[in-house]
Design a protein around this ligand. Structure first.
Ligand code: GDP
Ligand code: MG
Length: 438
């Protein structure tokens, strides 16, 4: 990502040195941004649209309180870039079949192992099918990778017909929760590859059809996404080799422009070099400079307040999820302790003075555990019984005791909140703290 990042940072530096912000200087800044995006390989049409929006907003929107005009322009730039890079989507943690498609050398086989590792970390059983019957080395490559990550693997180096192979191997994967099917590529997307993919889709009925595409191809990545989507209907895209790819900006924006959702980004050759795509995080990294950091912190503070209010509302309405508890613990830690509020209560439901160091560690551990939980479990921790506890502990690499601790903490918080809510004075004090009122 060097070039887009460097170019944008250059433009930002100039904004920092602007004497004043008026119509003329905004136009100049926008020109700089335009040049930076073009140098960063971003599609011309997108560049024009983005910069037009930036100019329009910078000239018409009022500078929000607490921000200076410079920060305001940078914030708009950030916003518009996030928009153009697309939102991305993350895969659900259910039982499913995932089929990877793409031409040669894009990183399909490597990605199959990376995605397998990703699901293993979530505590799911994952198996791999190697259905590439064209490349002689494919079977051995997958075998090695599957041994490395400790996932079952099926393939047959003698079989020449990939469709038959998939049909034969699928029944053996019954015990696995997630099955990843790696397929053959070609040097280019042609009729025979499409036919083969269509036939495999018919047999395997994959829940996810992910195109794996090399980001060093720049804007050509978008053309591939379009072609594959028209051919077999993609559910997502994995962009590989984003580590040090100067054309990452081009690949990302061109894929986003097709409307295809980017699911993962590959950032190296190792099995753990994979990230869920998050355009906000991505753009902040792209622009990553001191200026932006402070700006984003300001914005984050604003969302924190919003979040706290949201949590308070949820608590009031009686809905209280594990995520709310986590947010609440985080808020409490920022505020010091809940002691003042709890002191108002006749009985003490939970220990209120937590050692900050200790609770910080605990919170970190909780985060890891929660990463291994499904959406349903986070919404409704009641359903987490022994079998799920075992799975979650395995997936997050903690002891079952730790998962139980998280659940106990949740129950205690819920109880404490009920206590607070039934006491008028305590409730008022809590609401005040949660909404950061003075
Ligand atoms: P396939 O032909 O599509 O199955 O591609 P492979 O998985 O065999 O990968 C082709 C090459 O790209 C290998 O040398 C991989 O190590 C490399 N590769 C795959 N993903 C990444 C990535 O995210 N970053 C880097 N730097 N290399 C990658
Ligand atoms: Mg391969």
């Amino acid at each position: 990502m060097e070039s887009l990042s460097d170019a944008l940072r250059g433009a930002l530096k100039k904004i920092a040195h602007l004497g004043r912000i008026d119509e003329a200087s905004i136009k100049e800044v926008v020109k700089d941004i335009q040049r930076a995006l073009l140098r960063g390989d971003v599609n011309v049409k997108l560049v024009l649209a983005v910069t037009k929006n930036i100019e329009k907003r910078a000239l018409s929107e009022k500078v929000p309180p607490g921000m200076n005009p410079r920060e305001h322009v940078i914030n708009i730039l950030y916003d518009e870039l996030v928009k153009v890079m697309g939102e991305g989507r993350s895969l659900s943690l259910k039982r499913q079949r995932i089929m990877l498609v793409g031409i040669y050398g894009q990183g399909k086989t490597t990605t199959s192992a990376k995605i397998a590792k990703y699901f293993q970390k979530k505590g799911l059983r994952v198996g791999l099918i190697q259905a590439d019957t064209h490349r002689p080395g494919a079977y051995d490559q997958s075998k090695q990778l599957s041994e490395l990550i400790g996932a079952p693997f099926w393939g047959d180096p003698e079989e020449k017909d990939s469709v038959k192979l998939v049909k034969r191997l699928l029944p053996r994967t019954e015990k696995e929760e997630v099955v990843i099917i790696d397929t053959s590529g070609r040097h280019r997307l042609g009729a025979d590859l499409i036919e083969e993919m269509e036939a495999i889709v018919k047999i395997a009925k994959p829940d996810e059809k992910l195109l794996v595409v090399d980001s060093t191809m720049g804007q050509t990545a978008g053309e591939q996404a379009k072609a594959f989507h028209e051919a077999i209907g993609l559910t997502g895209v994995v962009l590989t080799k984003m580590d040090g790819s100067a054309k990452g900006g081009g690949a990302l924006s061109s894929v986003a422009e097709t409307g295809a959702q980017i699911v993962f980004v590959g950032s190296g050759e190792k099995v753990y070099d994979i990230e869920i795509f998050d355009s906000a995080r991505f753009v902040s990294r792209l622009l990553g400079m001191g200026d932006l950091q402070t700006l984003l912190e300001k914005a984050r503070e604003a969302t924190d307040t919003g979040k706290a209010e949201e949590t308070a509302k949820k608590i009031m309405s009686g809905k209280f999820t594990l995520r709310d508890m986590y947010d609440q613990m985080e808020t409490v830690m920022k505020m010091g302790s809940l002691k003042k509020i709890m002191d108002l209560l006749p009985t003490k439901a939970v220990p209120t003075e937590m050692d900050t160091q200790k609770s910080q560690e605990l919170l970190k551990k909780f985060k890891v555990i929660m990463d291994s939980m499904t959406e349903n479990e986070l919404d409704d921790p009641k359903i987490v019984k022994m079998q799920r506890i075992k799975r979650i502990a395995k997936g997050s690499g903690v002891r079952e005791e730790d998962v139980k601790l998280l659940l106990r903490q949740y129950n205690a918080s819920k109880k404490a909140i009920r206590g607070v809510m039934s006491n008028r004075r305590a409730r008022k004090a809590l609401m005040k703290q949660l909404s950061f009122e003075e």
